[in-house]
Design a protein around this ligand. Structure first.
Ligand code: CO8
Length: 373
């Protein structure tokens, strides 16, 4: 069978950061104004007063300290509490096209591959800025890549599902070199007025170059030993924004048109599913947790990763074995596990084994087992 290798990765990190204290200060200012606006109704028992958020809670519950966002000013303005992004004309690169091109150029340079030699571009992410033309096709043009391109969405698992799709296209002979790009603008679909979730997400974009092994020239390669994907329907993470909102006459500003989740339920249901996915996948490749040098896990919650690491390894994973980037990036959806891979893989030795694993809405989870060549 044709071997497929990962030969390069790239990362676009927005310059603006928001730490927990700044986010909480803006949220609490909005809460105070809201409670003052409704003081009479609250006093009459007709309305519940809103509670403050807290940085201590955020760190304890999630491990998140800070996040990068495309626009901080709009998010932190208690009168707005959503990013302000400039609308692009049809003649300008789209926002996701631009983020994607930055990350992709880095990944291509890292792999030592010319954009013209790429013959498959997949943009996989949770939220696409338009239905068509595909952002991937625009990115293909921006980069000067050849072949074909398409978008796909499997929420937080978009990158791992796209890696499997790209690897299969290469194995089947339909492509020789592929780019998987995940431009995540999570801040645009986050309800910054929801105490339970306002701290969860950040923005970033990752890119990965995959090649047929016999064509690759990069010294730093990771052979894909196998991929395994799983989905199980759940409403515990949901977003009802969509093109039918206009014709169903539903309120486009309604809160269900943004990210909504039952965090505790997600935690309880997803951790065992993911631990079993990784363990079964390793077993199918005649390996076990003991053979893993590294786990590049989805970056949603510190405790989730600790629990999954414990179940797979049979002991607490060290910082080195399961690197954490969510402390400074928060949850960047499908980009999270790829950011961890991008930042924490160069120290591995030839023959070392690792797993890239995503999990999220759907539910969906993806495991990609790789070996440093
Ligand atoms: N400040 C202070 N107190 C708070 C706050 C806050 N901000 N928020 C909640 N509390 C309170 C609650 O009211 C509750 O109080 P009480 O006990 O009196 O009822 C108490 O703190 C505990 O609340 P929770 O039970 O909700 O807290 P948890 O310990 O469960 O932590 C988490 C909440 C962090 C959300 C946690 O449950 C979690 O991380 N769960 C898993 C989440 C997850 O992984 N989700 C995946 C989503 S990502 C995905 O699939 C991609 C979607 C597409 C991206 C779209 C971009 C927007």
């Amino acid at each position: 069978m044709t071997n497929v290798v990962i030969t390069g990765t790239g990362l676009f990190t927005p310059e603006n950061t928001i730490d927990n204290d700044a986010l909480v200060a803006s949220f609490n200012a909005w809460v105070d104004a809201e409670n003052a606006r409704h003081a009479e109704a609250i006093a009459a028992g007709e309305r519940e007063s809103l509670a403050h958020s807290s940085s201590d809670f955020i760190v304890k519950a999630s491990g998140i300290h800070s996040r990068h966002v495309l626009d901080a000013k709009g998010i932190l303005d208690p009168e707005r509490m959503r990013p302000r992004l400039r609308e692009r004309s049809n003649d300008e690169p789209s926002i996701q096209g631009e983020m994607g091109a930055t990350a992709a150029r880095q990944a291509l340079a890292h792999a030592g591959v010319d954009a013209a030699d790429i013959d498959l571009v997949i943009v996989g992410c949770s939220n696409l800025e338009r239905p068509y033309p595909a952002v991937a096709v625009e990115l293909q043009a921006l980069l000067g890549a050849g072949g074909y391109a398409f978008d796909m969405n499997v929420a937080c698992s978009s990158a791992t599902f796209a890696i499997e799709t790209a690897a299969n296209a290469i194995r089947a002979g339909n492509a020789t070199r592929a780019l998987v790009v995940s431009p995540e603008i999570c801040s645009a679909h986050l309800n910054f007025r929801d105490r339970d979730s306002h701290f969860i997400f950040g923005d970033a974009c990752t890119a990965i170059v995959l090649e047929r092994d016999d064509l690759a020239t990069s010294q730093a390669r990771f052979e894909i030993l196998g991929t395994r994907l799983v989905t199980r329907f759940s409403n515990a993470i949901r977003n009802n924004a969509g093109f039918l909102n206009r014709v169903t006459d539903s309120d486009p500003q309604a809160l269900d048109k943004l990210f909504v989740q039952e965090g505790r339920r997600v935690f309880k249901e997803v951790c065992p599913l993911v631990a079993a996915l990784i363990s079964d996948h390793l077993a199918s490749l005649d390996h076990s947790g003991d053979d893993l040098a590294r786990m590049w896990l989805h970056q949603a919650n510190r405790h989730m990763n600790d629990l999954i690491g414990r179940r797979v390894l049979g002991r607490d994973p060290s910082e080195q074995e399961a690197p954490v980037i969510l402390d400074r990036y928060a949850n960047t959806s499908s980009a999270g596990s790829i950011i961890a891979f991008h930042l924490h893989r160069d120290d591995l030795a030839a023959g070392d084994l690792g797993v890239i694993c995503s999990f999220g809405a759907g539910y969906s989870a993806g495991s990609v087992v790789v070996k440093r060549v």
